[in-house]
Ligand binder design. Sequence first.
Ligand SMILES: *Cc1c(COP(=O)(O)O)cnc(C)c1O
Length: 376
Amino acid sequence: MKTLDNLQQFTPPVRTLMGPGPSDVSPRVLQAMARPTLGHLDPLFIDMMEEVKLLLQYAFQTQNTLTIPISGPGSAGMEACFVNLVEPGDKIIVCQNGVFGGRMKENVERSGGIPILIEDPWGTAIDLNKVETALKTHPDAKILAFVHAETSTGVRSDAQQLCKLAHNHHCLTIVDTVTSLGGIPVKVDDWQMDAVYSGTQKCLSCAPGLSPVTFSEQAIEKIKQRQQKVQSWFLDLNLVMGYWGTAAKRSYHHTAPINALYGLHEALLILKEEGLENSWQRHTQNYEALRIGIENLGLSFTVAEADRLPQLNAINVPEGVDEAQIRARLLNEYNLEIGAGLGSLAGKIWRIGLMGYASNLKNVSYCLKALANTLP
Ligand SMILES: *Cc1c(COP(=O)(O)O)cnc(C)c1O
């Protein structure tokens, strides 16, 4: 039994993380996070914050000046978008085709907004026609909110077309790119996305705990015109901007997670060195390798080929197989983590991630070999 007197240093085993996130963190990022902590208003740290903003603009493909990491996981970035943009009484069209769309609806309600829910079956992409009909039926809607890469099902929706539809109907967009950023194209300026949040632990090869966000001029305008204060003090962008805004006059808001930001800086440098396009291509190539192996094992994919995310693969559990037992064996015998299904797909699928640093051919063949040895 654990008592206070027999505790020792925690030494985690080295696992291969091929689930829905967190994914393997680059050793360079882990090293960066172990460097000496600076004061959060130290000029050298402020310099580094400016570089993080520049690198995030590259990752998001945007010139938006309000492009920063929120101090908190992807869910904090999600909440930051909703509490700042949604005012009480605002009608918000929310697309749901998996777990994370449901959380968006919850965020709308808690911000005092009125959600209009557009549902699609789990495992399919968001239906553009349904969204267009909803936009026509609700001309007073203020925002369209959707998940670009639904990690719970492995589905990619057409972010570019969804943003276009929204703008045609004078709506702003809130877009979840937690699993897409770095793995598939996310083009904030080209696609005219308004409030976009992501996470560090999926395709950015970084540790969990930070949430990159970016806001368009139109989004900032809506925030500035609010009649009521943002209900969350911590996530109120008007205040956060005083901290992350101009380097010359930075004012204390909260203490930034200094060492976590060293990690993000390094992860984004790695992304820049590789090149975004090359990173997207690598994710696609490794998916192709996995697909061939999965099919050779006699297994099938849950999602239609055109809607699949290369970085998150939903695989149907064969009839009569105890999916939890297979996952437990992979973890215990191979130090390999893959994900289970959620919600209506619980018990029916496995989720194999090929995200960021973990998206490589060595992991693909390791996972296929482990599955081949483990499946009945
Ligand atoms: C992982 C994930 C989140 C939440 O991120 P956390 O860092 O776990 O808070 C949100 N949306 C999607 C699509 C995700 O995959």
